[in-house]
Ligand binder design. Structure first.
Ligand SMILES: [Zn+2]
Ligand SMILES: [Zn+2]
Ligand SMILES: [Zn+2]
Ligand SMILES: [Zn+2]
Length: 285
């Protein structure tokens, strides 16, 4: 059941998570990123039942005041500092001893806060995605893709179809690029720059912006996790038109060592075990 509108959902948890993200702008991360999703939602529901804001954790006198507060203050998100949530995120299992909050470095947070302030003017347009390479915002994905192509020479739809990227691979790619750009590092030659401006100049001049590095550098589970909270671009991604590419995507010609390391990673990944375990847990319901 949705925590915000009481609509009921059955079946795949991603349907509910998508509903909450789309209808209520509440995003706790990608379904694949979360373990024991139902337990997690129950914890959150418990907070709401106690009339507590999920983000600032203040307690309110009644449900409507709480709802108003969470909507107006844009507190429809979870408090990343709350360690209680850590166990629900796969990233904690992949990087032992490090919380997902620590994984996002401090300066990520700062930049993120600034971004959120900038976005406050945009309440009328909840779908407002930010360019991967500059501060440009667009209310439609098409316009943003056009901007990235014209201004930076990065042709996302073309890359998508050429590499046969499915939804999750696009998510990982976007998160990877955001992270590299945030660290002022060229994703092709790894050169580091003092400023984002310097980096983008380099990437445009050398055309390093236009093509992707080896798949193994970015097609990694840690990039399921957004570099920025509330990255609207992620919500607007869609499967590439020829969805059949999805099944073949692993067959896409990459350097052979990439494939083998990817397969090894998949086999050894705790992620798979966790997902299997979770499926079993869900069957008990
Ligand atoms: Zn709802
Ligand atoms: Zn609050
Ligand atoms: Zn731009
Ligand atoms: Zn470069």
């Amino acid at each position: 059941m949705c925590m915000f509108c009481d609509q009921e959902f059955t079946g795949n948890r991603s349907v509910l998570l998508n509903h909450m993200a789309r209808e209520h702008a509440f995003n706790i991360g990608l379904p694949d990123n979360i373990v024991n999703c139902y337990e997690f939602l129950a914890v959150l529901q418990g907070k709401l039942d106690n009339l507590q804001c999920l983000y600032c954790e203040k307690v309110f006198r009644d449900k409507n005041t709480l709802k108003d507060h969470m909507r107006k203050k844009q507190h429809r998100r979870i408090n990343a500092k709350n360690k209680e949530y850590d166990k629900f995120y796969i990233i904690n299992y992949l990087e032992f001893g490090k919380s997902w909050e620590e994984v996002q470095s401090e300066d990520d947070r700062e930049l993120l806060d600034n971004l959120e302030e900038d976005w406050s003017d945009w309440e009328e347009h909840p779908v407002c995605a930010v360019c991967l390479f500059c501060e440009q915002q667009s209310d439609t994905t098409e316009r943003l893709y056009l901007h990235m192509q014209k201004s930076h020479g990065f042709h996302f739809p073309k890359i998508k179809s050429e590499h046969g990227l499915n939804f999750y691979q696009q998510v990982k790619l976007v998160n990877f690029i955001r992270r590299e750009i945030h660290h002022c590092r060229c994703y092709n030659c790894q050169e580091k720059f003092e400023s984002k401006g310097g980096l983008i100049n380099h990437m445009e001049e050398t055309k390093h912006i236009a093509f992707l590095p080896a798949r193994s550098t970015w097609d990694q589970p840690q990039y399921y996790f957004p570099t920025y909270e509330n990255d609207t671009l992620l919500c607007t991604l869609s499967d590439s038109e020829d969805a059949k590419a999805e099944d073949q995507s692993e067959e896409v010609p990459v350097v052979s060592e990439d494939i083998s390391s990817l397969k090894a990673l998949k086999q050894s990944s705790v992620l798979n075990q966790l997902l299997c375990k979770e499926k079993k847990n869900q069957e008990k319901f």
